[in-house]
Design a binder for this molecule. Structure first.
Ligand code: AMP
Ligand code: MG
Length: 471
């Protein structure tokens, strides 16, 4: 297994991260390998099925060039500031440069206690590791910006959560593990030289095009906000709720990051709360766009020593503009409409309101609409009449429209009950369902008729699964 390490973050020094070794997962076993993840870092699936990979990714043995560190950060959790978070159970094993010159962070989630674990056990359980493994790839294939997954390792180490579970290690790939909360940490500890070093690091590696700009930090802040807005526009369009939009879970690349009690909306309900621990509904589905802005403002505040006065207000407008441009465009595409026209947003809002009243399954509805469904039960008739009048203004053939719509209205999403079924089998030592789900979700827009049952509404038991923060 040959990895081309280039550990840029570790070079920032011990104010940014603690060098340390993982506590190896006992009796590790490979649960699942994602060949697409392997390809991103220049490996083959076979490289990952060997002993060296298992030892490295389970934290037992290092490979040459790896330099594991626990990154420090803080962040706003549910609106309140937590002064010291950091990788409490994760390690950046190293950064690998691939053939396309892209630097990928290899991160082991579940690596054992670190200086930032605050007394917790440093482990991740198999259940939540499977959920992140599957979701990150599912979102990527829905064209939603996200971290990726390389492989999943199981262990027989018992771990106590709401019940007794077993430990696991998830190997996450992302081009960056710098969070909004990383900036907040250096700002609130008044380490402004380090804050600037962090900003320079992010600029050089992720936003080099802005280096020659008159005010590179302002440009970078604006771009982070814009990308965050677009990411959330995608969540809204695909019915995805993240569940824990704390600033320590917000990537400076504007990618979906740190999956916990997320959920894909089934029966459409704008107030959907996927996180059972979110009593106040702070991170409810329809709150996400505003919370995204709130988080960007928290980042802007932490960058105040670097940016020009007025930047923060400018960013607010930029966030909103990028959000609506992306959202309107996606929602129009879901209806098979081209350029947004006056009245389109209202047409969509009327539909969403009907879907709410009728508990329509969000994904199934739009997929059937793509296939030319004209009726959806009483109550929708008036809306369909107006929709068909609007379609008459479009110049494409019904066949072309069907194709366009099917490319943005998926057939397959990661329903909680599907993940749950795979988890229960995996907890019994059968991992086939994890691999099968991964395979299906990597082609969410394809028909895959042999897997029709994976595209149906959830069974009764699967409708009200309570997914909490514990992971
Ligand atoms: P999360 O809810 O996974 O985003 O984690 C929030 C913070 O708690 C981060 O600093 C994590 O590293 C830390 N954390 C979560 N679970 C554990 C655990 N089992 N052991 C140590 N730290 C943890
Ligand atoms: Mg987190």
């Amino acid at each position: 297994m040959k990895l081309n390490f280039d550990n840029q973050y570790a070079k920032l020094g011990d104010k940014f991260a603690a060098k340390m070794k993982a506590r190896p997962l006992p009796n590790p076993g490979m649960v699942s390998i994602n060949p697409q993840g392997a390809e991103l870092i220049g490996l083959l699936e076979d490289d990952l099925s060997g002993k060296i990979a298992l030892e490295f990714f389970s934290g037992a043995e290092m490979v040459p060039g790896a330099e594991p560190v626990a990154m420090v950060y803080s962040g706003h959790q549910f609106g309140g500031y937590s002064p010291q978070l950091g990788d409490g159970r994760g390690l950046l094993l190293g950064q690998v440069r691939n053939e396309d010159n892209i630097l990928w962070d290899i991160h082991l989630k579940g690596a054992g206690q670190t200086p930032f674990c605050r007394g917790a056990d440093g482990r991740a359980v198999l259940r939540s590791s499977i959920r992140e493994y599957l979701a990150s790839e599912a979102l990527h294939h829905l064209n939603i910006p996200t971290s990726r997954a390389l492989c999943l390792i199981g262990s027989d180490e018992p771990v106590m959560r709401e019940r007794l579970e077993t430990a696991a290690g998830l190997i996450r790939l992302s081009e960056s593990h710098v969070r909004f909360g990383t900036f907040e940490y250096f700002f609130y500890t008044r380490q402004h030289d380090e804050l600037k070093r962090l900003a320079d690091y992010v600029l050089e590696i992720h936003y080099p095009a802005f280096l020659d700009d008159a005010s590179p930090y302002d440009r970078m802040l604006m771009e982070i906000a814009g990308r965050t807005a677009e990411m959330i526009a995608h969540w809204q369009a695909f019915g995805f709720a993240h569940g824990v939009m704390n600033t320590d879970n917000m990537s400076i690349l504007g990618q979906t990051f740190d999956y916990g009690p997320y959920g894909f909306m089934e029966a459409f309900n704008p107030g959907y709360i996927c996180n059972h621990s979110d009593d106040m509904g702070r991170y409810a589905f329809d709150q996400q766009p505003n919370i995204g802005l709130w988080n960007c403002l928290a980042l802007a505040h932490a960058m105040e020593p670097l940016v020009m006065p007025g930047s923060i207000e400018h960013m607010r407008g930029h966030y909103q503009a990028r959000f609506f441009e992306c959202y309107d465009n996606l929602m129009n595409r879901k209806l098979g409409l081209g350029e947004p026209k006056e009245g389109d947003r209202e047409l969509m809002n009327r539909l969403l309101s009907l879907m709410k009243d009728h508990n329509s399954d969000y994904t199934i509805f739009f997929r059937q609409l793509s296939d030319g469904a004209t009726e959806y039960g009483d109550g929708f008739t008036g809306w369909f009449n107006d929709y068909h009048s609007r379609l008459e203004q479009e110049k494409i053939t019904p066949e072309q429209r069907r194709k366009n719509m099917r490319a943005v209205n998926p057939k397959y999403i990661l329903r909680n009950y599907l993940a749950q079924t795979a988890i229960e089998k995996a907890e019994q030592g059968e991992f086939d369902e994890v691999d099968l789900l991964m395979k299906i979700l990597q082609k969410p827009f394809d028909d895959q008729p042999e897997f029709d049952v994976y595209a149906t509404e959830p069974p009764e038991w699967g409708r009200h699964l309570e997914i909490s923060c514990s992971s």
